[in-house]
Design a protein. Structure first.
Length: 217
């Protein structure tokens, strides 16, 4: 039997997506094991979530290093030591350099609270509301070094209601993220996702049904 995919989650804040991934792993619904949390903020709540889940955390303070490349080189060495095969960015608020992006090309994914390529970058939910769009949602994509520009793996659409506030929409988007991200990681871990240039293909056996039902609750 092949070894499970070893996963590292990168996060900087509250860690709701980290928790969703950790919970899925406990329920044997992730398709792999979370080997490590990488966090750039020692006091971030996600660090405590990792402790409670029994997941090791590699926590660092960026200002202690001469450059982004310097701390990413240390992170890369730790990932390689642990045999990590997939990096999952879950609210990691640091710009990545080629040190990690190139080493994990096609093996690093991110989640973004809009329907990319619309509204990349910071404050995507606010951008969508200010623009007056009627539909927003969630995008999971491979990381390619650009600003939320990598090949798209999956998206979930959400209608925007009249008078919906940023906080209201954020709550719904985050709930959808918490369901879609574990599903996508599992699809990758099971070898059901293939990347060819900018085209991402999903195996026909991938079932959205459970995801759709859970996200609509």
């Amino acid at each position: 039997m092949a070894d499970q995919l070893r996963i590292a989650v990168f996060a900087s804040g509250q860690g709701s997506n980290f928790q969703a991934l950790a919970d899925a792993a406990v329920q044997v619904k992730l398709g792999g094991s979370i080997e490590l949390l990488v966090c750039d903020k020692p006091d971030a709540p996600v660090v405590e979530r990792a402790r409670r889940a029994g997941i090791d955390a590699w926590v660092f303070t960026p200002k202690d290093y001469a450059s982004r490349e310097a701390y990413e080189a240390e992170i890369l060495a730790e990932l390689q030591r642990r045999g990590v095969g997939l990096i999952v960015l879950a609210g990691y608020m640091r710009i990545l350099t080629p040190v990690l992006v190139e080493a994990y090309a096609g093996r690093m994914i991110n989640i973004h609270p809009s329907l990319l390529p619309a509204f990349p970058g910071m404050n995507a939910i606010r951008q969508a509301l200010e623009h007056g769009v009627k539909v927003s949602g969630v995008t999971i994509h491979f990381v390619d070094g650009g600003l939320d520009s990598g090949p798209i793996i999956a998206q979930r659409t959400l209608d925007i209601s009249e008078g919906e506030t940023e906080a209201m929409l954020a709550d719904r988007i985050h709930a959808a993220e918490n369901v879609l991200y574990p599903w996508a990681v599992r699809a990758i871990a099971e070898g059901r996702v293939s990347l060819n240039g900018r085209r991402v293909s999903l195996d026909a056996a991938v079932d959205f049904g459970e995801y759709e039902a859970s996200a609509d609750k």
